[in-house]
Design a protein around this ligand. Structure first.
Ligand code: 0X9
Ligand code: ZN
Length: 474
């Protein structure tokens, strides 16, 4: 059997994950003589060697063949791996060449000029959000989530139809979609913006989508880490963390925002207390203004029902918990919805994602969806976008297909949120209860089978009651 790094808990995140050294001035970081390899570790020793040699693991699990892990490695170090008998193939032979060809593609004066034909920088996204507000004034409003350490605005926008919320509620239930906590994961932002754009464009012709925007509000935060994102445009294309100076000279920069959230924060399984680590968790829970602002915004939402934190590029849909193996109380709901989402992506784009818990990737403590699920009870996932074969620099032609994956995921997620609304009238009330009782009594129909075990029984009844009580449905 192949050794599975993704099962191998602490390994991925503790200790060895060291950032490329960053000069104080953040001068241009080049990736000359750097490669990205896909490795097949046979043992924990192999992983330790890879972590020590590389310090920058790019991805693992998901669509990778069993146990394969991608690392950025200096060409001179490949011989050590060969010497140690570590199996690998070269995925990206010359990383600096990839950075440059990506830049050339972005700057090509003859490239198509549509918004989804290239990757937008901070200013371009900000203008694009304004243009959505102008094009769909009844549907879109821009919001300010807060400010980054370097005082860049973390902006977002709310999308819903002018149809009023049910029962005189002041606000519809909210689905939150944020991207770019990890600065280098550019495909996550375009996916977020693509989902918003298509929901708006399709509202008038697609009844599933009008159903979604009539019942829910979707909040988009495309650039959750604006300072880190700026770094990826100006000095270091593969910067992951934020721009916090975490130690005095010799200066070390960066907190991994996706290790800074309060639920599970501080555990060594999947985050690090070491400044130089790519998974450095920060000095305390929510020490970083970016994660703090986003969490405060989400806490103030009266009814947050779902949240997707978008990452790349392991082709995975991950449920809580990320910080520990024991399953969360809502495991039935996650296990019902997760496979539906995966199947929806497959049928829309043909791309295969996998659904799972921490065993599908690795433990990670202090991540955003553990916080949103653990604190607000919303159905929260990490969505790791598709692997294009170019690591964090997918060609611009990936933007639309990946965006379609994301759109399929959101449609399937939102339409799966409210199984107890058996008569589809948008409320879980006595009429649904009556339908449930009929299903329960005759034990023939599986209309009330929320657990997916083929029976409408007591376990389903508990779930029905939970849905009824919590009013998680619009
Ligand atoms: O490590 C992370 O923060 C995410 N992966 S990434 O390669 N984009 O950095 C995954 C976070 C969620 N992890 C689990 N649910 N295990
Ligand atoms: Zn990420």
């Amino acid at each position: 059997m192949k050794f599975q790094i993704c099962f191998a808990v602490a390994i991925c995140a503790v200790g060895g994950m060291v950032s490329a050294t960053h000069a104080a001035d953040f001068g241009e970081v080049r990736y000359d003589a750097q490669t990205v390899i896909r490795t097949h570790p046979r043992s924990i020793e192999d992983v330790r060697l890879l972590d020590a040699i590389s310090g920058d693991r790019w991805s693992c699990g998901g669509s990778n063949p069993d146990g394969a892990v991608d690392y950025r490695v200096h060409v001179d170090d490949l011989q050590h791996l060969r010497g140690a008998g570590v199996e690998f193939e070269i995925l990206i032979p010359d990383l600096e060449a990839l950075v440059e060809s990506e830049r050339a593609e972005q700057n090509d004066p003859f490239r198509p000029r549509g918004f989804f034909d290239s990757f937008p920088d901070y200013a371009t996204t900000s203008s694009y959000v304004n243009s959505l507000v102008s094009a769909y004034p009844q549907f879109v409003s821009r919001v300010s989530i807060g400010y980054s350490l370097e005082n860049r605005e973390i902006f977002g926008f709310r999308v819903t139809s002018p149809v009023a919320p049910l029962n005189g509620s002041p606000r519809k239930p909210v689905v939150m979609l944020n991207s770019l906590q990890h600065a280098r994961e550019w495909i996550t932002q375009t996916t977020d913006l693509y989902i918003a754009t298509r929901l708006l464009e399709l509202y008038s012709t697609d009844t599933t989508i009008s159903g979604i925007l009539d019942k829910y509000e979707v909040v988009f935060v495309p650039i959750s880490n604006p300072d880190g994102y700026q770094i990826t445009w100006t000095s270091d294309r593969y910067w992951r963390k934020n721009a916090r100076v975490v130690s005095p000279p010799p200066m070390v920069v960066g907190v991994d925002l996706n290790r800074n959230w309060s639920v599970g924060w501080g555990l060594n399984n999947g985050s690090s207390g070491s400044y130089t680590s790519e998974t450095y968790r920060g000095k305390s829970r929510f020490s970083e203004p970016e994660s703090k602002a986003l969490s405060d915004y989400m806490l103030a939402i009266p009814k947050l029902v779902a949240h997707i934190d978008i990452h790349s590029y392991a082709s995975l849909l991950l449920r809580p918990w990320a910080y520990q193996y024991p399953t969360p109380p809502a495991i039935f709901a996650f296990n019902r919805i997760g496979p539906v989402v995966i199947a929806a992506i497959k049928s829309r784009t043909g791309y295969t994602y996998k659904y799972g818990g921490p065993e599908a990737l690795y433990l990670a403590s202090g991540v955003a969806p553990d916080w949103s699920y653990g604190t607000t009870d919303s159905i929260s996932f990490t969505l790791e976008m598709r692997d294009s074969g170019y690591g964090f620099s997918p060609p611009a032609s990936t933007i639309v297909p990946a965006g379609e994956d994301g759109l399929a995921a959101v449609i399937a997620l939102v339409t799966s949120l409210c199984p107890a609304d058996l008569n589809h009238d948008n409320v879980v009330d006595d009429s649904d209860f009556q339908l449930f009782v009929v299903a329960y009594d005759i034990l023939l129909s599986n209309a009330g089978d929320f657990t997916g075990d083929g029976l409408t029984d007591d376990a389903d009844f508990s779930q029905f009651v939970a849905a009824y009580d919590k009013l998680t449905c619009p």
